[in-house]
Design a protein around this ligand. Structure first.
Ligand SMILES: [Zn+2]
Ligand SMILES: [Zn+2]
Length: 243
């Protein structure tokens, strides 16, 4: 659970009192003019945005013929995915902080750096990709939920953590091939019977789309009309996926 607004304010004040204003990704001092930023303006400016021309469905690089090998195998249930930046060193460090450093407030800087988000131009229902209970206990928070909450503060969106659940724990995807990732997450999610209308999945990183595709299929099966997804970063696909 994320702290309530009041507790959050107290924690932010406490953190500012205890810690020097220092960028979490480069360790340089953050000037007072940069406000509450935990990631300095220089680091944020180095995040490379995923820019057009690209596949309208997944934002990936298309072949000259207009074919996109990246999303060709995704199920129809996943309508469109948008990622803000490429997962280069700076973005990777920010995600590492968000995921393993316990710095759930990094989510605010990340959500600010993602703006504007085309798939969130209207108030939307955000569904963070859930962690399994074991990993949630170990980490203490779900980084996708932190990111969704931060995005919600930017656009009046609603975060719903009750619409999608993990049916089972899945091993880490980090070292798996694209095929193994798909097999690893098959049947991992279950949607709630109360899902209606359009929902937008939120996750930290888009790698092959296997997790988002599986989560989208579960939401559609439970009654969603349309499932889109937004992530902060996008991993560079292996060359074979661009054929
Ligand atoms: Zn920095
Ligand atoms: Zn595509």
């Amino acid at each position: 659970m994320l702290p309530s607004i009041d507790l959050r304010g107290v924690l932010v004040a406490l953190e500012r009192a205890l810690l020097p204003p220092q960028c979490l990704t480069c360790d340089e001092a953050v000037p007072r003019s940069d406000g509450e930023a935990l990631i300095c303006a220089v680091c944020r400016s180095r995040w490379r945005r995923v820019a057009p021309p690209c596949c309208p469905r997944c934002g990936g690089t298309q072949s000259p013929g207009g074919h996109c090998g990246f999303c060709a195998d995704w199920p129809e249930a996943l309508t469109a995915v948008w990622a803000a930046v490429w997962l280069d060193d700076g973005a990777r460090r920010a995600m590492h902080r968000l995921k393993y450093g316990g710095w759930w407030r990094v989510a605010d800087a990340v959500a600010a750096g993602m703006q504007p988000v085309p798939l969130l131009s209207a108030p939307s229902v955000l569904v963070p990709v859930p962690l399994g209970p074991r990993r949630l206990r170990h980490r203490g928070y779900n980084q996708a939920e932190c990111l969704a909450a931060a995005l919600a503060r930017h656009g009046g969106h609603q975060v719903r953590t009750d619409l999608l659940h993990r049916r089972r724990e899945t091993g880490t995807q980090t070292r798996l091939t694209p095929e193994a990732r798909t097999a690893n997450v098959r049947g991992a999610f279950e949607g709630s019977s109360t899902v209606r209308g359009r929902v937008v999945l939120v996750d930290d990183v888009l790698t092959t789309g296997a997790t988002l595709a599986e989560a989208a299929a579960a939401l559609r099966e439970s009654g969603a009309d349309r499932v889109d997804a937004v992530t902060f970063a996008r991993a560079r696909p292996p060359a074979t996926m661009l054929d």
